[in-house]
Ligand binder design. Structure first.
Ligand SMILES: C[S@@+](CC[C@H](N)C(=O)[O-])C[C@H]1O[C@@H](n2cnc3c(N)ncnc32)[C@H](O)[C@@H]1O
Length: 729
């Protein structure tokens, strides 16, 4: 790039200064100065000469100024004389202005008298200097002529334009300056005693808040150098500035390079332009002596390299402070908002590694076996998002009453996970929390929850057994602030949580899903076998009054315990009943059957206080279903006008909602079982109900009318849709 000259900085008449400028300034500058001088040369010379006759005469008289003195010296003398005179006049004017005597001509004369001695001294000094240092010696012995000034100036210009002198002098000057700086660095004459406030606010704050160890680490390099040299260093910022200056100057002279080589120790610790110390500074205040750039081997981490080069320690969250850590002492680190967020506004994306379930299991077993904090989340299509090395969102803690929610979005067709503000928004200073119930994924045993919310479920995410502790205080009524998107998942294989289904309305889907995938059953107690029921001897079947209230086989009892003697007119029915009873209570080989009653867990049917036993394998579940089906079909269900048959199966555990079959001589038999196909427990239930119903009706009719099988007339109306049979009285 071409160098553009600055405007002339010297007065046109000051050739002495011009000569000085030759050594200092680029040639073009000097040229312009000389040009100015030459343009005004005639008048200048005339002025100079006319204003300094006395001085010239005096010098001549003293013999101190030879006649053939150099033109340059002459010119310089003249110009300096003028300059001196001007300066003195200016000073006098200033003094005069100050004292009110500025207009007194006598002052000027007095001043002239005083300046003569000074002028003589200066002339002598300048002459000596010119003889020694002037680069224009060819002109020194030329005679003084006014017209020669122009020639001299022209020659001066040509000599100044010579390419060798100016750049060399510039480089030398630059080298001098750089060398001076480098020597300061080399000798360690920087000042670390600079007060903290002069380091800049950020640095000062960081240093103040930081731990002493980290503080020492931050200043490690400079301190070490300082200690080695025994001289204090300035702040690292200044030192780095010098180094960076050194790096940037590619055109530095060999002298500077030599100096740099002499600083070989420093060049090893050459600072990169990255503000590395800032990284450390950000983690100050965390109370850990941690260099996040260091790998276990001690080498500095290379950028963009993944895999085996991962640091052994995780960087701590950048935006947390002691406040968060204090308040969530039992939850580890957390995040606190430093600004407010509108309802449903995105807060931060949840990023990390996307791995397979197998890999996540491997990591849980091997890599994270000693961890207390887990960052795994079911992401998409059974892939796991491991945020152990992910965004800062991984530090968001769980709360059963959260102010955020984690949502999965498809962005450009790709799944992304992000934390959004809840329906009430977030105030600056709030701790960010969301409900891990969304799709928390760990293979570890359940972690206790310390969120402190009123409706705390007591555990993080879903309980390992797939059951959620029912909140003591219903979330109902709290309305806002609740995570409306909370999704109930189901417990999957091996105690791990599987992806949560989209929330469904109503109960059936949830029920079916749970029954199918996570049947939790517990044998309530062994059913005490009771004596087989006897045929009914109701005096007036079909009437409720015929029920024997004293009999244990009341409508509320499961079976009729009190057999009564059969009437001869009902022999067919009795034999049938006996045979049926026999079939139900004994297997084909004649061995007595064992009957069990199961009660299903409350989460399925809302029962209370039932102990659980998990049956998670599909095989066990299907075996159980089959067994239950068989059991129901073979259960003793001697149905009379006073008999109630109550069936219980894993899916029909709740007494309130389980279908009960109450057959009365002149009543209504109703079941709410819904046919869902033979594979479902509901289908089993329906099938059982139908068979029981059929059997009951047959039994009743046989007992009352002596007719086997269903009647062919309209006395019984079957309403299939409702599974309701109305028996006409
Ligand atoms: C995604 S991390 C959250 C950040 C974590 N607190 C930390 O310091 O790195 C999840 C872990 O935090 C802890 N945690 C989060 N919320 C919690 C809570 N409400 N109660 C107890 N521990 C909690 C658990 O150890 C959990 O495994």
């Amino acid at each position: 790039m071409e160098w553009s000259p600055p405007p002339p900085i010297f007065p046109p008449l000051d050739l002495t200064n011009t000569l000085d400028a030759i050594a200092m300034q680029p040639s073009s500058t000097t040229s312009s100065v000389i040009d100015s001088a030459s343009i005004t040369n005639n008048s200048t010379s005339a002025t100079s000469i006319s204003t300094t006759p006395e001085r010239t005469e005096e010098i001549s008289e003293d013999g101190k100024m030879p006649d053939n003195k150099s033109l340059e010296a002459e010119v310089e003398e003249e110009t300096e004389t003028v300059e001196e005179g001007n300066k003195e006049e200016e000073e006098e004017e200033e003094e005069g202005e100050g004292s009110g005597k500025g207009d007194d001509p006598g002052d000027t004369n007095e001043s002239d008298g005083e300046s003569e001695q000074t002028r003589d001294t200066r002339i002598l000094r300048d002459r000596a200097r010119l003889q020694q240092n002037t680069p224009i010696t060819p002109f020194t012995k030329k005679s003084i002529t006014t017209a020669g000034v122009t020639t001299i100036v022209r020659k001066l210009r040509s000599s100044i334009k010579a390419p060798s002198s100016a750049p060399a002098s510039r480089a030398a000057d630059k080298t001098r300056r750089q060398s001076k700086r480098l020597s300061i660095i080399a000798t360690g004459k920087l000042d670390t005693t600079t007060p903290a406030f002069s380091r800049g606010k950020r640095s000062h704050d960081v240093m103040t808040a930081g731990s002493k160890s980290a503080n020492a680490k931050l200043q490690g390099n400079t301190s070490a150098r300082s200690a080695a040299d025994g001289t204090p260093l300035r702040s690292s910022k200044r030192a780095r500035k010098h180094f960076s200056y050194n790096e940037d100057d590619d055109d530095e002279s060999s002298a500077t390079r030599d100096t740099s080589e002499a600083l070989s120790t420093d060049s090893q610790t050459k600072q990169k332009k990255r503000k590395i110390w800032l990284n450390q500074g950000l983690y100050l205040g965390q109370g850990q002596d941690l260099d996040v750039r260091k790998r276990p081997g001690g080498k500095t981490k290379k950028r963009g390299k993944a895999g085996a080069d991962r640091p052994a320690v995780l960087p701590l969250p950048m935006f947390t402070g002691l406040g968060v850590m204090d308040t969530t002492a039992s939850c580890g680190h957390g995040l606190r908002a430093t600004r407010s967020f509108a309802p449903r506004q995105i807060v931060v994306e949840y990023t990390g590694e996307i791995i397979t379930q197998e890999e996540s299991e491997r990591r849980m077993i091997e890599d994270y076996k000693d961890n207390n904090n887990y960052y795994l989340m079911l992401f998409h299509q059974n892939m796991i998002l491991d945020a152990t090395r992910g965004s800062v969102a991984r530090f968001v803690n769980h709360s059963c009453d959260p102010n955020c929610r984690m949502e999965k979005w498809l962005v450009d067709g790709k799944p992304r996970m992000a934390l959004f503000a809840g329906d009430e928004g977030i105030e600056a200073g709030d701790e960010l929390t969301y409900d891990y119930n969304f799709n928390w994924f760990t293979g570890v045993s359940q972690q206790a929850c310390h969120c402190g919310a009123e409706n705390c479920r007591g555990a993080l995410g879903k309980r390992a057994d797939g059951l959620q502790k029912k909140p003591e205080q219903s979330a109902k009524g709290k309305g806002k602030g609740k995570d409306k998107t909370r999704k109930k998942g189901v417990n999957g294989k091996g105690g791990k949580l599987v992806e949560a289904k989209k929330p469904t309305r109503g109960r059936p889907r949830k029920l079916v899903a749970q029954v199918q995938k996570s049947v939790i059953i517990t044998p309530k107690r062994k059913h005490k076998r009771k004596p087989p029921p006897s045929p009914v001897t109701s005096s007036s079947p079909g009437s409720e009054d015929s029920l024997d209230p004293s009999s244990p086989s009341s409508p509320s009892s499961e079976t009729s315990d009190h057999p009564t003697e059969a009437s001869p007119s009902k022999k067919n029915a009795l034999s049938l009943s006996e045979a049926a009873r026999r079939r139900r209570t004994h297997d084909r080989a004649g061995r007595p059957r064992v009957t069990k009653t199961y009660k299903v867990n409350k989460t399925i049917r809302g029962g209370k206080g039932i102990s659980h036993k998990s049956v998670t394998s599909k095989k066990a579940v299907s075996a159980l279903k089959k067994k239950t089906y068989e059991k129901v079909l073979t259960t003793t269900t001697t149905t009379t006008t006073t008999t109630t048959v109550k069936t219980k199966s894993p899916s029909l555990s709740s007494s309130s909602s389980s279908p009960s079959l109450t057959s009365k001589s002149a009543g209504t038999v109703t079941t709410r079982a819904t046919r869902r196909g033979l594979a479902t427990p509901a289908a089993v239930e329906n099938e059982v109900s139908s068979k029981l119903l059929e059997h009951a009706i047959t039994t009743v009719l046989s007992a009352t009318t002596g007719i086997d099988g269903l009647p062919a007339d309209d006395s019984i109306v079957i309403v299939p849709a409702l599974n309701t049979i109305q028996v006409a009285s």
